[in-house]
Design a protein around this ligand. Structure first.
Ligand code: PHE
Length: 339
């Protein structure tokens, strides 16, 4: 039996084929149900028990070698070559799928572009911050709940090292190092100690905007945000500002944009109100300017901050924020055509 296996192996090693069809015929001859290799497996049943181990191993080896030899023969014909060995240039090329931008990057770039047209530059700051830049310089009183472990991720046990909870920290860094006029936006990732659900995540992205100069007024803020809304959501968009509160702006407001899905008539995206809440804003509190070394008697400014996920969810009607971070290609591929 071992001799038979050996001689068949030699025979197979010297096999040749001059076409893909011939290689297939060889596969049938040796590997099909009644093929010569398969028949040896039949014979294996009659091998005495004490030889079964050695013969079994040799047989498996034979089968593997046969498969390899025939596959190699087939491969020579399966390339983009005609039967005479020449490359067939009319065959379609092998397509290599290219990736696409992440929807959050698409939306961020669009926001950056719109503000760039108004003369805003882009700045960034660190994600691991200290208390001063995230809270103290921004006029958060010491007992403010945002400083609590409940809302903020602290790094180690040091209460002075934390993950920024908003991009407003970059305002402080920019104002500490530059004098007005300052006109800049700050895109970046932020972290909050929140239970993860379809609507909330412990990490997300914001774009912050800051404009500081002499005589900057609330009217400038309104006009800037109206321009943004029209550019991003369409010319027919309207905005409305509702009074709100942030420690670092006074007065403060929340901005709604007219629902771009139903045009303000009411639908389930805007919960039948006709309006979508998209950002927080206000006039920079003079305390903040002074904390950062900017003369609040001479200068004034406005600031705003918006969540990129929220805006992307509205734009693409995405119902679950977790999809952004799962990186399932079936989700990501849908944004292929986007910039
Ligand atoms: N930092 C605020 C937030 O995260 C948003 C904001 C930015 C509000 C700037 C006013 C001015 O909710």
């Amino acid at each position: 039996m071992l001799n038979k296996i050996e001689s068949l192996l030699q025979e197979i090693k010297s096999l040749k084929a001059d076409s893909a069809d011939a290689a297939e015929q060889l596969r049938i001859k040796y590997l099909s149900k009644k093929g010569r290799v398969s028949l040896l497996f039949e014979e294996f049943k009659t091998v005495p028990a004490d030889q079964k181990k050695a013969v079994g191993m040799a047989l498996n080896q034979l089968k593997k070698s046969t498969q390899d030899v025939i596959q190699q023969l087939k491969d020579t014909f399966n390339r983009d070559e005609g039967a005479n060995g020449q490359i067939d240039y009319t065959l379609p090329g092998t397509s290599r799928p290219i990736g696409s931008r992440h929807p959050l990057a698409v939306v961020r770039n669009e926001i950056v572009d719109i503000f760039a047209r108004l003369g805003f530059t882009v700045s960034e700051g660190p994600e691991v911050e200290d208390d001063w830049h995230v809270f103290s310089a921004l006029n958060f009183p010491p007992e403010h709940p945002a400083r609590d472990m409940q809302d903020t991720f602290f790094v180690n046990k040091d209460p002075d090292v934390l993950l920024r909870t908003h991009t407003s920290s970059v305002q402080v860094r920019v104002m500490e190092t530059q004098q007005p006029p300052i006109r800049s936006i700050f895109p970046g990732r932020v972290f909050r100690n929140e239970a993860i659900s379809a609507r909330a995540h412990c990490m997300f992205h914001q774009v912050e905007g800051l404009y500081v100069d002499e005589k900057v007024s609330f009217a400038d803020l309104k006009q800037t945000l109206l321009y943004f809304a029209k550019e991003f959501f369409g010319e027919q968009s309207e905005i409305r500002l509702r009074p709100s509160y942030f420690p670092f702006t006074e007065p403060s407001a929340e901005m709604d944009v007219s629902c771009s899905i139903c045009g303000g008539k009411g639908c389930n995206v805007c919960k039948y109100t006709g309006w979508l809440e998209i950002l927080g804003c206000g006039m920079v509190d003079p305390n903040v300017l002074d904390s950062c070394g900017i003369d609040s008697k001479k200068y004034s400014g406005f600031a705003f901050g918006m969540g990129i996920e929220r805006i992307a969810m509205l734009k693409y009607q995405i119902k679950d924020i977790r999809l952004f971070f799962e990186n399932d290609v079936r989700f990501l591929e849908q944004f292929k055509s986007a910039l």
